[in-house]
Write a protein that binds this ligand. Structure first.
Ligand code: NAP
Length: 246
């Protein structure tokens, strides 16, 4: 399905991003995966992708750094001959009630989760426009749609991603480029591993499907949005949350 296409997946070393890399590679895509600093996980995922027969390379880059993401896009374009699918998945949390949240924690979360996606879109869009093709998927969160106590920074960044997605869909749609978002609920990854077991139990009770999501649940929707079957879908936010927010 994606033979001859290159996907740039930020946060591709672990969790949801890793599952997205594997799902796209299984369908023929070449993968440029971006990670922040976990060399071991990045190398493991790159090796898994290579075992699948995919061309894959890991790039260390802070998505919050505008200049560095420009260099990253140049390097990926030189190595792979272009970029067809951009998955803005890298994300961090720095939770705390707003009364106690530091300025740094607010700024860091906005910089990675929101500005990171802007940076990559800004640097890849010229290439997409030249080809008159391209798929952009932003990984937001149900927290950005409903808010979440203790996550003012994260919910604001993820809500910002929704506005960014809808705007990019309008700006680039006439050139055959789509931009959509997926909004996961609670997915079993390192990001949720640190949450109190009681919180996870409560979530599980309240989710209509009565289980946490798996990274593959999100990867399947991202793969669909990258596929020819989704050619007429743009500006949408698709929740992958087991019915948490109906
Ligand atoms: P995760 O397991 O914590 O993995 C985060 C990934 O992002 C890692 O690959 C990490 O690289 C990378 N990353 C972090 N900061 C970065 C930076 N500044 N520059 C480049 N890469 C960076 O997270 P996850 O649970 O898979 O989450 C993936 C996305 O889904 C995030 O945007 C998250 O907000 C969103 N999401 C997750 C859930 C959930 O329940 N898990 C729910 C809703 C939305 P290293 O390995 O090098 O650290």
């Amino acid at each position: 399905m994606f033979t001859g296409k290159t996907a740039l997946v930020t946060g591709g070393s672990r969790g949801i991003g890793r599952a997205i890399c594997l799902a796209l590679a299984k369908r023929g895509a070449s993968i440029a995966l971006v990670y922040a600093g976990n060399e071991q996980k990045a190398a493991e995922t790159q090796a898994e992708l290579t075992l699948l027969g995919a061309t894959a390379k890991a790039y260390r880059c802070d998505v919050a750094d505008f200049a560095a993401t420009g260099e990253l896009v140049k390097a990926v374009t030189a190595d792979f001959g272009g970029i067809d699918l951009l998955i803005n998945n890298a994300g961090i949390t720095r939770d705390g009630l707003v009364m106690r949240m530091s300025e740094q924690d607010f700024d860091d979360v906005i910089a990675v989760n929101l500005k990171g996606a802007f940076n990559l879109i800004r640097h890849t869009s010229a290439g997409f426009l030249r080809k008159k093709a391209g798929r952009i998927i932003n990984v937001t969160s149900v927290a950005g749609l409903m808010g979440n106590a203790g996550q003012a920074n994260y919910a604001a960044a993820k809500a910002g991603l929704v506005g960014l997605t809808k705007t990019i869909a309008r700006e680039l749609g006439s050139r055959g480029i789509t931009c959509n978002a997926v909004a996961p609920g609670f997915i079993r990854t390192d990001m949720t591993a640190g949450l109190d077991a009681r919180i996870l139990d409560t979530v599980q009770q309240n989710v209509p499907l009565h289980r946490l999501g798996e990274p593959e649940d999100v990867a399947g929707v991202v793969t669909f949005l990258c596929s020819p079957d989704a050619a007429y879908i743009t500006g949408q936010v698709i929740q992958v949350d087991g019915g948490l927010r109906m």
